[in-house]
Design a protein around this ligand. Structure first.
Ligand code: C2E
Ligand code: CA
Ligand code: CA
Length: 587
């Protein structure tokens, strides 16, 4: 009956005629063995037959030499044929076909044999070279199919667990490793460190050099990281330009530190791709188990927070997670939440810091500066929330509100005799917003007679980040008759001639230029050169951050048009403005 299974397979991958077929014949009955050998000899293939009379001898022989086929008598003196079959099967490497031989026709037994791994079940009296050949052919085919299956399984596993670009473990398998590792640390009192590594500015490279270069770069970095991780540590690419290292049994903090230094070093060497040398750096966040937490998800979060901190800290550095950092981050999260409702709850206020005319010491104008009356934390300066507003996009509605409020204050006359110039800060996002121009136009129309009072302050670095776009938008704003001031001038590395291409009215010299004034001669020369050059180019010059009378005198002597700083007045609320102006007049 089992011969039928093999029908149709005739001729497929049959052993070639000149290949010697190696057979192991296992039968305790010598007469049977001879009969079988005689039958086989009729075959024209060359045969090498090894005989075994016991299961023990058969298993020993089987273990030491490769066979194409085993003819196995079901009934052996020392062991059940099925058991022999199972043992052979468990050790079987390669494509050995095992054929069971019996003297009786028993379907149940035949089924059991096939289930135990036999390729065929033959009655001794039926044995023929043809049956044998079919069985061997079948075994080889099956072996080949099995191999192909195993290979495709492995390929699937690789696909599921491996990052195809770098060949590193992917996020899934990393996750599995982490989850498996944590209970072990608990059980055996071990510790481990999770290091998240993120390339700095990779997106920029990808955008400007193309994805091929980006891919190549990732491969090179992956290789370098691999070279600096220790055997047994797990390195993976989480996705994009994010990598992670799981370092086991970190003996002391020092070794995590060394590892992170090695990783930073590896990721911070310039990479040469396609003829270009690309500068590289990376940021690393580190979390420790069990020190920080013994939960896989938490550990990831901790390392992520630390990474965030490393990025904020100026990149190209590693940062450890700590409770303190945790508190800071929680505070940030809370601030973000509060910020979302602050505008609708009317918690913001616009303060004004007067600017003083250098020529006559009288009022020149003011800068509008936002303040937040936080319900629990009190009055907050922009440094405490503006970067969060930028990150979350809330800066747009908040900035628009400041602009509207300042315009309303100008028109209402609430600013008193101040308003020759009222400057309002614009963020990068506001500048890039397609709605900006429409808003400014509406507000400008509302200002009517006070139209020339409004000035928008934009940080130098924001303007030069995209000079073409800046030119377009500033041109349109200038046409409305709204003034434009460059804020924090001197910190953005732009040359004065570069700024000449933009319709700028005012340069605000950054307060850092006053740090060594009046004592530092070099700084004073720099300040003077800057003020004079700006004036020669037709810009109005405001120096900010003036805290002493000497500084004010220096600025005036060097030709600044206006001076702003704590020496004259701090930013104040509208009700406090008259008092501040009175104080200025008394100075
Ligand atoms: P900024 O535009 O450079 O504003 C000047 C900052 O310097 C103000 O800080 C001001 O209080 C401070 N300052 C003025 N005189 C002195 C001085 O003599 N000594 C010192 N040490 N500091 C002085 P403030 O109000 O905390 O604002 C910080 C920054 O927040 C501003 O820097 C500006 O970039 C931003 N900002 C404020 N209000 C707004 C706003 O409504 N929209 C936008 N987009 N940004 C704003
Ligand atoms: Ca400003
Ligand atoms: Ca400034």
């Amino acid at each position: 009956m089992f011969g039928a299974v093999l029908q149709g397979n005739d001729g497929i991958d049959a052993p070639s005629r000149d290949e010697t077929m190696r057979l192991l014949l296992v039968d305790d009955d010598e007469v049977d063995r001879m009969a079988i050998i005689r039958a086989l000899r009729q075959w024209h293939c060359p045969l090498a037959i090894v005989e075994a009379a016991t299961a023990d001898a058969a298993l020993n022989t089987f273990a030491t030499a490769p066979f194409d086929a085993v003819l196995l008598d079901y009934r052996l003196p020392d062991m059940d044929g099925l058991e022999v079959l199972r043992r052979m099967n468990s050790r079987r490497m390669g494509s050995t076909a095992i054929l069971m031989l019996t003297g009786m026709d028993d379907d149940d037994l035949a089924t059991q044999c096939i289930e135990a791994g036999a390729q065929d079940f033959l009655l001794k009296q039926e044995i023929s070279p043809r049956r044998l050949m079919r069985a061997v052919t079948h075994a080889r085919m099956r072996h080949r199919i099995e191999n192909a299956l195993i290979e495709s399984h492995e390929r699937l596993r690789e696909l599921a667990e491996q990052d195809p670009l770098t060949g590193l473990a992917n996020r899934y398998s990393f996750d599995q490793s982490l989850r498996a590792a944590i209970p072990r640390t608990r059980r055996y009192n071990l510790n481990l460190a999770l290091l998240l590594l993120d390339l700095d500015n990779f997106k920029l490279i990808n955008d400007s050099h193309g994805h091929d270069v980006g891919d190549q770069l990732l491969r090179i970095v992956a290789h370098r990281l691999m070279e600096v991780t220790r055997d047994g540590d797990i390195l993976c690419r989480l996705g994009g330009d994010e990598f992670a290292v799981l370092a086991f049994q970190i003996g002391h903090d020092d070794s995590v530190h060394q590892l992170s230094e090695r990783l930073l070093g590896a990721a911070s060497r310039p990479v040469e791709v396609g003829g270009a040398v690309l500068p590289m750096s990376a940021s690393i966040g580190i979390a420790l188990c069990p020190d920080n937490t013994s939960d896989a998800d938490e550990l990831f979060k901790c390392a992520d927070l630390a990474m965030y901190r490393a990025k904020r800290g100026g990149r190209n550095q590693a940062h450890y997670f700590s409770e303190d950092l945790h508190r800071q981050v929680m505070r940030r999260v809370q601030t973000e939440r509060d910020l979302r409702t602050a505008l609708s709850r009317g918690e913001f206020e616009v303060f004004y810091q007067p600017q003083v005319s250098a020529a006559n010491g009288g009022p020149f104008g003011a800068e509008a500066l936002i303040r937040w009356h936080h319900p629990e934390r009190g009055l907050l300066a922009p440094g405490e929330f503006l970067d969060i507003a930028e990150d979350t996009g809330l800066i747009e509605p908040i900035g628009a509100w400041v602009l509207e409020t300042a315009c309303a204050d100008i028109v209402s006359g609430r600013l008193g005799d101040l308003p020759r110039r009222v400057a309002v800060n614009l963020s990068a996002q506001q500048l890039r917003s397609p709605e900006l121009l429409g808003k400014v136009r509406t507000l400008r129309d509302g200002l009517s007679a006070c139209g020339g009072v409004l000035e928008l302050e934009i940080t130098e670095s924001v303007l030069i980040a995209d000079i073409v776009q800046s030119q377009a938008i500033l041109g349109a704003i200038a046409e409305l008759g709204v003034g434009i001031a460059i804020d924090d001038f001197g910190t953005g590395y732009s040359s004065l001639s570069y700024l000449k291409q933009l319709p700028i009215d005012t340069l605000k010299v950054d307060k850092s230029f006053l740090d060594q004034v009046p004592e530092g001669e070099k700084d004073k020369r720099l300040l003077r050169a800057m003020i004079q050059m700006a004036r020669n180019m037709g810009f109005r010059v405001v120096v900010e951050g003036v805290e002493t009378r000497q500084q004010a005198d220096v600025c005036r002597d060097y030709g600044a048009d206006a001076i702003q700083g704590y020496f004259f007045a701090r930013p104040v609320s509208l009700p406090d403005l008259p008092g501040a102006l009175r104080h200025i007049r008394e100075i």
